[in-house]
Write a protein that binds this ligand. Sequence first.
Ligand code: NAD
Ligand code: UDP
Length: 319
Amino acid sequence: MTFWRNKTVLVAGGAGFIGRHLVRAILEAGSKVYVLDDFSTGQEGPLKTLDQTNLTVLTGDISQPTTLPQVDIIYNLASPASPVHYQSDPIRTWKTNILGTLQLFDHAQACNATLVQASTSEVYGDPLSHPQKETDWGHVNPVGPRACYDESKRAAETLLMDAVRTLGADIRIARIFNTYGPGMTVSDGRAIPNFVAQAKSGKALTIHGDGTQTRSFCHVSDTIDGLLRLGEVAAARGEIFNIGNPVENTIFEIAQEIVTLFGDGNDIVFEGRPIDDPQRRRPDIKKAESVLGWAPKVSLRAGLLSLLDLEEPVLRDIL
Ligand code: NAD
Ligand code: UDP
């Protein structure tokens, strides 16, 4: 981790779920962090519990002109990630991912900084290939309700890879697959926090559709390890990596496991399926394994149990 000593890092979206874990890891490794966040889905409270010596929190919208600090590395995590959030104001989502990424890219160029972009498995849409490889083009409905997110993340990738080709810009792209762990908010509607909250409170677990759709859930500690390696490893420059856990489960299996761990024989009910909800998702991580030396370590069961981990009170209290 010597790479992460004495760097200056801007984390856009650093008040969000993944962002707070990343900020904490970078601070603990000995670097200085600026967070830029508009707090649309993020929370400032947990950041205040971190060591403030090397942390500066700036309030701002990445899609609006903003004066930014001189830094060595920029992580762009600023974007709503949950379907409930990104669909609640789709035009804002689009502006965040396109205008916001453009502004951070311009700033990275001005500072001669590395830009690590948080992209998403959603660029694969409802995939025709399985598991998904970085070379796959995706299968996305460009005008559906998920498109504000999928297509704006794809457009951001287009911008950044054009910059790699034409300017030799130092850009690294993480296509993050479903990530879970302490600090997720129940109100964002994602499957794992919803199911855990339902199981713990004795309610029925709400499955969308018949539960045969699959996802590959990665514990946030593994995602953070992958993101740090992406910023650090020289061979990652100009490259795109799937960052996700290749162990695939149906949503029904996930619900059953959560009832076993947190519940008490809760019912499982089947509701309507959201439009364009992808049927399956599993990352091919060979590229991340060979270039970054990265693979997830946390099993689903251990990861789900981390949602009760008393050693993380800072992040746990907002689950
Ligand atoms: P999150 O919603 O918890 O965090 C996003 C953060 O960005 C929040 O703090 C929010 O306030 C901030 N933000 C949003 N729009 C902004 C804007 N215009 N200007 C400044 N700040 C803004 O989401 P997350 O789960 O932490 O996801 C972080 C990143 O990872 C996102 O870019 C997301 O697309 C990507 N990602 C996440 C997952 C996942 O499973 N969590 C999967 C794939 C990709
Ligand atoms: N899902 C579900 N019940 C819920 C929340 C989500 O069955 O309470 C389903 C959702 O329709 C999707 C899967 O679980 O098929 C994963 O949803 P999530 O929102 O966590 O992630 P994403 O849709 O972004 O993959």
